[in-house]
Design a protein. Structure first.
Lengths: 112, 112
């Protein structure tokens, strides 16, 4: 079993829809959580960084962390075709350097 | 402000050869991490360099080695290449003891 699980998709939604992307993890030692966006054949781009349970909002993006359930989510409001990409969740263990452990990524397609 | 840069963009090698990949971190960043991303998967941590020393290492064989220079740039060396080493190699940089890592565009290595 992988430490961080993510549905690979693809997830296809119409333009303007609210998108929900999720990751589950098995080790409660993960304390820091990130979401990256990766366009085809490009490097990952940091979208959100959180370290506490609850919600964090940045523009159309909201990151949610539930440490008791070992579950994190990324919501995208008013999705656009330019949001079509692979979304990767990543986590860092507490007090263990800052090595990122990634999920496998979810491919999102937003159709005009 | 230039972000993380990597060279070369693409590389084709044959089995048994050796390869060197290069990374320049974002301005103001002194920590460099390397990741391997196979097609359709999330990145996997190879190692991290800080103050010219390997600070943390993932589950990769000794064929993978690295170096960090006084200007914080870094190299990744892979010896005795295998077909399975074909992947996108990503470099990420961060400020000292900061969890937010910023990725370069990657070097796509193909081993024939």
């Amino acid at each position: 079993q992988k430490e961080v699980e993510q549905d690979p998709g693809p997830l296809s939604v119409p333009e303007g829809a609210i998108v929900s992307l999720n990751c589950t993890y098995s080790n409660s030692a993960f304390q820091y959580f990130m979401w990256y966006r990766q366009y085809s054949r490009k490097g990952p781009e940091l979208l959100m960084y959180t370290y506490s349970s609850g919600n964090k909002e940045d523009g159309r993006f909201t990151a949610q962390v539930d440490k008791s359930s070992k579950y994190i989510s990324l919501f995208i409001r008013d999705s656009q075709p330019s949001d079509s990409a692979t979304y990767l969740c990543a986590m860092i263990y507490n007090n263990a350097g800052n090595m990122l452990t990634f999920g496998g990524g979810t491919r999102l397609m937003v159709k005009p | 402000d230039a972000g993380v840069t990597q060279s070369p963009t693409h590389l084709i090698k044959t089995r048994g050869q050796q390869v060197t990949l290069r990374c320049s971190p974002k301005s103001g960043h002194d920590t460099v991490s390397w990741y391997q991303q196979a097609l359709g998967q999330g990145p996997q941590f190879i190692f991290q360099y800080y103050e010219e020393e390997e600070r943390q290492r993932g589950n990769f064989p000794d064929r993978f080695s690295g170096h960090q220079f006084p200007n914080y740039s870094s190299e990744l060396n892979v010896n005795a290449l295998l077909l399975g080493d074909s992947a996108l190699y990503l470099c990420a940089s961060s400020p000292t003891f900061n969890n937010e890592q910023f990725f370069g565009p990657g070097t796509r290595l193909t081993v024939l």
